[in-house]
Design a protein around this ligand. Structure first.
Ligand code: AMP
Ligand code: ZN
Length: 436
């Protein structure tokens, strides 16, 4: 492997210069710790148009089953204890260290838990100073949204998603549909009015006596193990509380007659699901079949709600475009150019959700679906490196060394925060080895 400490732009002969610029790979160290995972990764890229490669990645997760959730102070201490060791370990295997540091440092700046974010942001600032390397404080959710641009084990489309594309971020803390028109132009089209889908699934699964803190995958396995004939019979039972064997009362939010078919603001809502499951478990004798039934219906209705709201957004966009043609002036997001649909975040790994999106979304033109590898759906450092490199290369921006973590950082305010600094052409070439 060619070392990135290769002296990039100093050659005298122009041909040699081009050759060197093309073969040099620049490397980025990425660090992510917005919640309870400490993750580090080393990425590299050999030209502005090539895909990034993930050289190595390490992750450790705070154990919080006993505490029943992530305790912020425990998470802070965990990241403080873990991050330096993981970076050293990664450096030993991936071949970097104080004498041969990576060219760029990318770290999650927000949104997330303040202690968790600050622990590794401070460490990354220290590395950037000690190694004299630029720092990029990246947006965690943008990391998730751009995950399909990373190399995947299963490649459905040789090209990654092309702007403008829609990205559904479906995780433990967020559930939103975002229209991305470029790296720094995003519009949140649907957000949740209460809790995130992952949070709802975790809370409801806990009521069904499944163990752990992030138990979406346990729920998914439990439902996948139901035999198809039984599942089919469950599909024929309504959840209106009338069935004596399965008196579960749970419905898809925002579909009753009191709701407008096409509302002014389209929203997700998931808070009713854990309450419905809790009520069912408290007021009934729950055997194996009742657990199976409730778990299956929970997934069907939560994911059905997501698909239903996205389809309302497509319908609304179509209606708005037609109205515009009749000279209406109201601003509205235009989904007519969207050909790519990304589903990311931890819940995005769920096979039932993926199947429902693929089979039931009514895009305004045929959609190409991008479902990242499950390992890339949950929090990881590679996605932060990917976003940090894109910000550095495309927007030519880096972060000041006095930046602080941001607990709440709206998706559409990527650049509206303090601490961005312009990268000069000279620094860009020095760091990346690319000519322009
Ligand atoms: P994130 O917040 O992106 O790190 O994702 C964590 C959330 O995703 C938690 O709520 C998990 O329970 C949920 N999750 C992870 N894998 C799955 C899955 N296969 N099915 C449903 N939920 C999942
Ligand atoms: Zn996340």
């Amino acid at each position: 492997m060619i070392s990135s400490s290769f002296p990039a732009i100093r050659a005298q002969n122009p041909l040699k210069l081009i050759f060197k610029a093309q073969i040099r790979r620049y490397r980025a160290l990425a660090i992510e710790s917005s919640c309870d995972d400490t993750c580090v990764a080393l990425l590299e890229r050999s030209s502005p148009t090539s895909q990034v490669t993930v050289i190595g990645e390490l992750k450790e997760t705070l154990r919080s089953e006993q505490a029943g959730g992530v305790v912020p102070l425990d998470a802070l201490h965990f990241h403080q204890q873990t991050v330096a060791r993981l970076v050293r370990q990664l450096g030993e295997t991936a071949g970097f260290g104080p004498t041969d540091p990576p060219d760029l440092i990318c770290v999650t700046r927000g949104p997330g838990m303040m202690g968790s974010l600050s622990a590794t942001l401070q460490f990354a600032k220290g590395l950037a100073y000690a190694w004299n390397r630029p720092l990029v404080g990246a947006h965690h959710m943008l990391g998730h949204l751009l995950t399909p641009k990373l190399p995947q084990k299963i490649v459905e489309h040789s090209e990654g998603p092309q702007y403008p594309f829609l990205s559904l971020l479906c995780s433990g803390g967020h559930t939103m549909l975002v229209l991305l028109s470029s790296i720094d132009k995003h519009e949140v089209i649907i957000d949740t009015i209460d809790i995130a889908a992952g949070d709802a699934l975790d809370k409801a699964a806990r009521e069904l006596k499944m163990l752990g803190t992030m138990i979406g995958p346990v729920l998914e396995r439990f439902v996948l193990e139901i035999d198809p004939i039984t599942k089919e019979s469950y599909n024929n039972v309504r959840t209106d509380g009338q069935n004596p064997e399965f008196p579960l009362i749970m419905s898809m939010p925002m579909t009753s007659s009191k709701h407008q078919r096409i509302p002014k603001d389209i929203r997700f809502s998931f808070a009713s699901f854990p309450s419905a499951i809790q009520h069912f478990c408290k007021t009934n004798e729950i055997g194996k079949l009742q657990r199976q039934f409730a778990a299956h219906k929970l997934q069907e209705l939560v994911f059905g709600h997501i698909v239903d709201r996205i389809n309302v957004a497509f319908t609304k966009s179509k209606m708005a475009t037609e109205a515009k043609e009749k000279k209406a002036t109201e601003h509205f997001w235009d989904l007519s150019g969207v050909k790519d649909f990304v589903c990311s975040g931890g819940v995005g790994a769920n096979s039932t959700l993926r199947e429902k999106l693929r089979n039931n979304l009514e895009g305004l033109q045929p959609l190409r679906f991008h479902f990242p590898d499950p390992a890339l759906c949950t929090d990881n450092a590679a996605m932060i490196g990917n976003v940090g490199m894109e910000i550095f290369e495309t927007l030519r921006l880096k972060s000041d060394l006095d930046v602080l973590a941001i607990r709440k950082w709206p998706m559409d305010k990527l650049l509206d925060v303090d601490g961005w600094q312009k990268v000069s052409d000279e620094e860009y070439r020095k760091v990346t080895g690319f000519l322009n």
